[in-house]
Design a protein around this ligand. Structure first.
Ligand code: PEP
Ligand code: MG
Length: 328
């Protein structure tokens, strides 16, 4: 199946009208990076570093982390990788970072950068390891990305931590390459106030898996509320359109790296909202590339114009099922 799907591996990702798209992959490790290349992804839109920590019983040191990141960048298409700092908490715990107790609301609690900020030694080490690894590949595009950003103050603090990492490494005679700095957009507060954050970032990546659960107040892992945790729900579509429009107007590159980017119905809607960069599981890249080649931007925009009038998820799904049948 894999060979069959990847027959378009070397084809450009573009729409029927010739608009170029960037289809990237979400990965957890080196073997995924190789799969991303085999599937024809043009880079890695999300490397989830937490698996490195989940598979260790104590904190890996800077050299160990650096080596893992370096191997990932080496294996990735065009050495084009977006590395996300630790996103632990919620459903994943790492005892050696003091994350060994139960919280009443783990997804709204001590997770991601909220936890990393309280372990500055760990956080600074991770940032340095990422910068060192990226600096080994001057020909590639390496980006650093922070999960669960909620406030402007957090962004300012993160920027100063990166500057500190550049300084420390330079003082150690390491030739540093400056990375593009991005935030994951997955908290409703950040979505609503995105205009106040754009001058502090080089790019935005929408984490729709979390954004949807927070917008709908419906746990992404709880089947009892899965009818509510729906990326095609009209309120979710409104928020996505708001964020994509704000990013495009300020010419800030914007990606969706949640699961919806690789789903045909959601892909068409995101395309029609103005999104041109998508990151998904490697296995979805070939079929999304194929779908993109069968639709023009104008068609996708007109689908969005209709869908934005719908009031229920069921209406959106029904209409989009028809649209996909017509395209395919
Ligand atoms: C997301 O929230 O959409 C995302 C891509 O991050 P994760 O699934 O790792 O939380
Ligand atoms: Mg997330």
């Amino acid at each position: 199946l894999r060979d069959q799907l990847a027959t378009n591996r070397d084809e450009k990702a573009q729409t029927k009208c010739g608009t170029e798209l960037r289809l990237e992959a979400n990965i957890n490790g080196v073997s995924d990076a190789k799969a991303a290349a085999a599937m024809g992804a043009s880079g890695i839109g999300l490397y989830r570093t937490e698996y490195l920590y989940l598979t260790h019983s104590d904190l890996p040191d800077e050299d160990e982390q650096y080596e893992v990141y370096r191997d990932i960048i080496a294996a990735s298409p065009n050495h084009n990788v977006t590395i996300r700092t630790l996103d632990i908490g919620g459903d994943k715990t790492v005892a050696y970072l003091g994350h060994d107790h139960k919280e009443a609301n783990p997804f709204m609690g001590w997770r991601s950068i909220r936890l990393s900020f309280e372990h500055p030694e760990f956080f600074n080490t991770q940032i340095r390891a990422i910068v060192r690894a990226a600096s080994e590949f001057p020909q590639g595009t390496a980006r650093i990305m922070f999960p669960m950003v909620t406030t402007v103050e957090e962004l300012r603090k993160l920027r100063s931590m990166i500057r500190k990492a550049y300084k420390t490494l330079t003082a150690r005679d390491i030739k540093v390459k400056e990375l593009l700095f991005g935030m994951m957009l997955e908290v409703p507060a950040a979505a609503i106030s995105i205009d106040t954050m754009l001058d502090l970032v080089d790019f935005v990546s929408i984490g729709s898996n979390d954004l949807v659960q927070y917008l709908m107040a419906a746990d992404r892992d709880n089947p009892k509320v899965s009818h509510l945790c729906q990326p095609l729900a009209p309120p979710v579509l409104r928020v996505l359109k708001h964020v994509i429009t704000a990013c495009n107007e300020s010419r800030t590159p914007v990606t969706v790296c949640g699961e919806m980017a690789g789903k045909p119905k959601a892909f068409l809607l995101l395309l029609g909202m103005g999104l041109r960069r998508f990151s998904m599981s490697p296995a979805f890249v070939p079929s999304i590339k194929q779908l993109a080649s069968q639709i023009s931007i104008e068609e996708a925009e007109s689908i969005v114009a209709t869908v934005m009038k719908f009031k229920t998820t069921a209406q959106v799904k029904k209409y989009m099922t028809r649209q996909i049948e017509q395209v395919a």
